[in-house]
Design a protein around this ligand. Structure first.
Ligand code: NAD
Ligand code: MG
Length: 387
């Protein structure tokens, strides 16, 4: 088998660095061709020196000279800026693109990668939330596969191996419940970002950690699952499972259920996506039933954690509704992380944006761009008024 050449978009983040751990552990299987990051120049330089990609892109133009001079003695091309972040995926020398950047910024590079015929290992769920229909159509037209990195979707994907002739009755996405599971609105009204940033089971980037605390992450994942597995909203259930051992389940038409299990470790879904259909030997700690005498399950509280309900409504509504929710959420989470709004106001901002931004039934790419911009502007104005 020839070496698979990987481009990692967002290599300095939580997923990006763990992907590099996987690649480092399997040098006979993978090589790194491209690394990109927005601001973390020092880590990007360190990664480039170690993995020797052909190309490195730093999004922030102000850091360009720093990266160029640090890598001057190596045969590495350095680019900067948004246009380079997008076009770098088109290189002939890439077999697969891992989308590990955060937020709406993932959309355009993913479109370019698919149009260039690159298979996608998709961590950036926002891409499918914003424009799932456009992306899945484009992938079909270009004969490109999208392999999920998100642990829940990887679980579903693993459960579906060998089931090509069998219809899915429903899927059940598991949720840890985040740091505020079981809390009421009175408690949530006063929580700080330090509390919200402490996830019980996973160590992740700041945005997805806040999304886990509000349950928006699960809402985004419901929408992501719709597009990855071609399901109706009514076929996607969420169950809170605080131990995060069952990563998700599929129920077939005969009532049989398959679950994928293991200790929480993103390296497993990352390497499964990068090397599908093969499993790579690993030394990750193994799950031991005796150490977990009880795996528990409870219904999500949609009245307290309104974001999950909002995401389901956007999925039912279709069109640009999920694009509005995503943009409003990105602005609201950022405002919470910079102490401009309180925890419960995250949902207020999103709900208000859904009510006020123009609904478009059949959006094309430029409608998504406009919706994203209009929603961000409106959400920022709302937040300005609040502070
Ligand atoms: P992170 O914040 O740790 O890393 C983000 C990376 O993206 C960094 O390398 C950063 O330089 C880059 N980046 C930031 N803004 C950018 C921009 N505008 N343009 C290009 N690059 C930019 O995030 P993360 O936790 O690794 O998450 C990345 C994606 O993977 C998110 O979409 C998240 O929802 C998804 N995901 C993460 C996990 C996890 O365990 N961390 C699990 C499932 C899915
Ligand atoms: Mg997940």
């Amino acid at each position: 088998m020839s070496i698979k050449r990987i481009a990692i978009l967002g290599s300095t983040g939580s997923i990006g660095t763990q992907a590099l751990d996987v690649i480092e552990a399997n040098p006979e299987v993978f090589s790194v061709e491209v690394l990109t990051a927005q601001n973390s120049a020092d880590l990007l330089i360190e990664q480039a020196v170690k993995f020797k990609p052909k190309v490195v892109v730093i999004g922030n133009e102000a850091l360009r000279d720093k990266v160029i001079s640090a890598l001057a003695s190596l045969p590495i091309q350095v680019y900067s800026g948004d246009a380079a972040l997008v076009s770098v995926v088109e290189s002939e020398e890439i077999d697969m693109v891992l989308t590990a950047m955060v937020g709406y910024a993932g959309l355009l590079p993913t479109i370019h990668a698919i149009k260039a015929g690159k298979n996608i290992a998709l961590a950036n769920k926002e891409t499918l939330v914003v424009a799932g229909e456009l992306i899945t159509n484009l992938a079909r037209e270009n004969n490109v596969s999208i392999y999920p990195v998100d642990s829940e979707h990887s679980a579903i994907f693993q459960c579906l191996v060998g089931e090509e002739n069998n219809a899915i009755e429903k899927i059940i996405l598991t949720a840890s419940g985040g740091p505020f599971r079981g809390k009421d609105r009175e408690f949530l009204a006063a929580v700080t970002k330090q509390q919200a940033l402490k996830h019980p089971n996973w160590s992740m980037g700041a945005k997805i950690t806040i999304d886990s605390a509000t349950l928006m992450n699960k809402g985004l994942e419901v929408i992501e699952a719709k597009w990855l597995f071609d399901l109706a909203a009514s076929q996607i259930d969420v169950i809170v499972h605080p131990q995060s051992i069952i990563h998700s389940m599929v129920q077939f038409e005969d009532g049989s259920m398959k679950a994928q299990m293991g200790l929480p470790d993103m390296k497993l879904p990352i390497q499964y996506a990068l090397h599908y259909p093969y499993r790579l030997k690993s030394t990750f700690p193994r799950f031991d039933f005796a150490a977990y005498p009880s795996l528990t399950f409870e219904k999500p509280d949609l009245e307290t954690f309104r974001n999950l309900a909002v995401a389901y409504e956007a999925l039912e509504k279709g069109g640009n509704a999920a694009c509005i929710v995503n943009a409003a959420n990105e602005i609201a989470v950022d405002a919470f992380l910079t102490d401009k709004i309180r925890f419960l106001e995250i949902s207020d901002v999103i709900i208000e944006c859904v009510a006020k931004i123009n609904y478009i039934q059949n959006p094309g790419y430029s409608d998504y761009v406009d919706t994203n911009e209009a929603t961000r502007r409106f959400a920022l104005e709302m937040i300005q008024v609040k502070v």
